[in-house]
Structure formats: C-alpha cells, structure tokens
Design a protein around this ligand. Structure first.
Ligand SMILES: Cc1cc2nc3c(=O)[nH]c(=O)nc-3n(C[C@H](O)[C@H](O)[C@H](O)COP(=O)(O)O)c2cc1C
Ligand code: SF4
Length: 422
C-alpha cells in the first residue's frame, strides 16, 4: 500500500513550522548534519536512483557528484519556475509543504558543500514567494537555517528570487542568466552549470519536487525509495492532472502508475457521455498519446518507449469534444510567444507554424498545409539552441500522425467542434 511522502500531512497546515516538526519534519536534516558526511548523503541519493522531476529525468545524486572539488564557492538553485502549461505540482508543494522543500534544500546544500541557495520562483507565484520568505524566517529562528545549523559547522542562507513570468527562464541556464539580472536567454553548454553556473561558480540546479524527495531518502534510506515503482525511475510522484476529467488536480502516486489508472480511477474519468481522445503525459511539450497507450506506466522510460515524454508528469487529458487542429494552434501560440528569440529555427519556425495553423483553423487552409507543417517542424527539431524548440513541435507532430482526418476536415471547410473546445 502506497503512502504519500510529498503530501503527507498536507491538510494539517504544514506552513506552521510546529506542525511540520510534530510530524517528524527536520529529522532527516538533523540526521544528515549530525550522523552523515556530505559524501555519504550524495551516495545515498545516488543509490536511491532519484531522477529529476523538472523534466529531463537526470539522476540527482550523479548531478551532485559532478561539482569540481576546487575550493570555489558553490551554489544550489532550486527551480520553482513551473511555467509549463499543465504543470502545477511545485506550486502545491511550495504553498502547502514549504518546510519539506527547505529541508530538502538544506540537505542538498550540505551534500554539495553550498552555503547559499537560491529559490528561483515564477513571478506569478506571489503567495508562494511570501510563504517561502516566512518559512525561511521561521526555520532560521529554530536553527534549521542560517549560521551553524543545529549547532554544527554547516551554515546556509536561502534567497527567494522572483522571476518575471517567462517560460524560458525555467530552462536551467536561462534561469541562471535571469538570476544574475540579465535577459533570460539560455547559455551555451559546455561549460555546464556544475562547472560554471551562478556567478560563474559551480552550481546544482534542481526542481522543487526533486528536492522534496530528498528528506525521505535520507530518513528512510535509498533502498526504501528505490523500491517504490519501477527500478529505472522509482519514487513517489505528484501527477498534475488537468483537462477534461471529472476531478482534475494533483495526485501523489508511485512512479509507474498507468495512464489508465490515473485518469479513470484517481481523476474520476471523463465527463458524462464523452469518449477518450488523447493525452499529453508530460505537459504541453510532450507528444500526445492515444487510446492504445492507456496502459503505459507513467515513468521516464515507459513513456519514452510509447513515443512521448514523461517530462514533469503533468497529464493533460483531451476528450472527443476537442479539435486537435485548434489545440495545436493554441499550443503553437504559446511557444511562439515564449520563444526567447535567440536562435532562428525556433524564433521564425514557431511564428510560421502558428500562422499556418491559424489559417487552417480559420477555414483558409491550403492543400499543402499539413505537409508544410511537417516540413517546418523538421526545420526546428534538434536544430535549436535549447530544448524549447523540440517542445514546440511535439504535440503538433503527434496530432498530424494520429488525427490526419481532422486536418483534412479543416481543408474541406469543416472547422470542427470549435465552440465546444474553446
Ligand atoms: C523551456 C524549458 C522550461 C523549463 N522549465 C522548467 C521549470 O519550470 N521547472 C523545472 O524544474 N525545470 C524546468 N526545465 C528543466 C530545467 O532546464 C532543468 O532540467 C531542471 O530544472 C533540472 O532539475 P531536476 O534535475 O531536478 O529535474 C525547463 C526546461 C526547458 C527547456
Ligand atoms: S530554442 Fe527558442 S527558446 Fe531556446 S534559445 Fe532558441 S529561440 Fe530561445
């Protein structure tokens, strides 16, 4: 029987530090700084096989192990930008379980030898930023942050930095640029942030949910964590389910839960009289999957094998009332607007894809438009400076692959079901 880890006790107002401590909060930090060496913490997290929850699924322990041991200051940047359409899990953790995040940050900093952490939070999350500021002050006053944590040698300052609402600033190197006060364009890699990150210093960037997994690994051990869900990507996962289901929301379940179980059992299935059409398993950047994929386990490897991307685990469900051309157009608009403009294939390609989809949707499409869309997408995929380019074409290509008849219908002037889907 799976017990929640990330959302445990979340209905008991965990923004009050006494409630968090009463349910065992900060036990893991105490154990880490009093009983374990930083290297032992890195090893434990590596053995747990915790994979980053921000989208790419990179093993957290390995990332921590990359930092050069050269005596320079090092930093942790917690990625709380959460700008991907469909993703709203970090938001919940920040607002309702902020001390879990701070405990994870403190343990991660102890492990990598950082004395300053930044939480880069999406500009729109004003309430979350305020909650974090208040939580940092409360944790400091009890000796869990600040100078000589829990009376030992380890000290840590945490700074909350609000972004300005740019999706691209969630990309880790654009985030660093923005943190340093510059325009949020991504950086050329190498050098990787582990070598030259914030202010040119070695930096680890981790997602909110990744860091929230850390206290339980330290407390209950790597083997326990690795035993939850599939061996290749284990652990608890907060799935943000949105779209046309009866009960959209966040569901904490083991990695490897199938799409079918998540959608039809936990999220209550579809609305009365509707049929399942497609699902984006990893937020707006992921190619759609269809009915034949409903038994796919939700983990990094299985979703990739099915032809999509696990991403941040944001599951967007579409029923038969949705027009795929319109959905593709709406998403294309998002990527066109959020392209930072640094590289030509993305800047120009997202513009032209949006323009072609718009004319198709408006009933002025040309016979060659589906092929033109594939061609334009081909000019973007794997040719851009950062992964936003690939993100911009995933859903489009899957809609052309699985629903060509809807494009054909638009060419015949049947702008399908528009009023229902808007
Ligand atoms: C356009 C774009 C937006 C991204 N937005 C986020 C985000 O909001 N939050 C996040 O954690 N990772 C985001 N990422 C992924 C980060 O670049 C990075 O992989 C992640 O923060 C690393 O943390 P993790 O290893 O703990 O997953 C984004 C990537 C791209 C390309
Ligand atoms: S792919 Fe898009 S967002 Fe990324 S650098 Fe190029 S223009 Fe900017």
């Amino acid at each position: 029987m799976f017990e929640p880890v990330l959302t445990r006790g979340i209905d008991r107002d965990l923004t009050r530090i006494e409630n968090y401590v009463a349910q065992g909060g900060f036990t893991a930090l105490t154990k880490a700084v009093r009983e374990l060496t930083p290297q032992q913490v890195v090893e434990e997290v590596t053995r747990s096989n915790l994979r980053g929850r921000g989208g790419a699924g990179f093993p957290a322990g390995r990332k921590w192990g990359f930092l050069p041991q050269d005596g320079r200051p090092r930093y942790l940047a917690c990625n709380a930008d959460e700008g991907e359409p469909g993703t709203f899990k970090d938001h919940l953790l920040i607002d309702r379980n902020p001390f879990l995040l701070l405990e994870g940050i403190a343990i991660a900093c102890y492990a990598i030898g950082a004395h300053h952490a930044f939480i880069y939070i999406r500009g729109e999350f004003l309430t979350g930023a305020r909650i974090l500021e208040a939580s940092i002050a409360a944790a400091r006053s009890r000796g869990y942050l600040g100078e000589r944590i829990l009376g030992g040698d380890f000290s840590l300052e945490v700074t909350v930095h609000r972004g300005a609402g740019s999706y691209e600033c969630g990309e880790e190197t654009a985030l660093l640029e923005s943190l340093e006060g510059k325009r949020g364009n991504p950086r050329l890699k190498p050098p990787f942030p582990a070598v030259a990150g914030a202010y040119g210093m070695p930096t680890v960037i981790n997602n909110v949910e990744t860091l929230c997994c850390v206290p339980s690994i330290v407390e209950r051990g790597a083997a326990w964590f690795a035993g939850i869900g599939p061996a290749g990507s284990p652990g608890p996962k907060l799935f943000a389910v949105s779209g046309l289901v009866r009960r959209p929301g966040n569901y904490e379940l083991p990695m490897g839960t199938t799409l079918r179980e998540l959608i039809f059992q936990h999220a209550g299935g579809l609305r009365e009289g509707r049929r399942f059409k497609a699902v984006l398993p990893g937020g707006s950047s992921s190619p759609a999957l269809v009915e034949e994929h409903l038994d796919t386990p939700l983990d990094f490897d299985s979703v990739a094998r099915a032809g999509s991307m696990f991403g941040s685990g944001a599951v967007m469900v579409l029923d038969d009332s949705v027009c795929m051309v319109r959905a593709a157009w709406r998403l294309a608009e998002f990527y066109r607007d959020e392209s930072c403009g640094k590289c030509t294939p993305c800047r120009e390609g997202t513009y032209w894809i949006t323009a072609v989809l718009e004319r198709l949707e408006a009933g002025g499409g040309r016979e060659e438009d589906p092929a033109l869309l594939e061609h334009l997408a081909g000019q973007i995929g794997t040719r851009t400076f950062c992964p936003l380019g690939d993100a911009a074409i995933g859903f489009l290509l899957s809609s052309l692959k699985y629903f060509p008849e809807e494009y054909a219908a638009h060419l015949r002037g049947e702008t399908c079901r528009r009023e229902v889907a808007s």
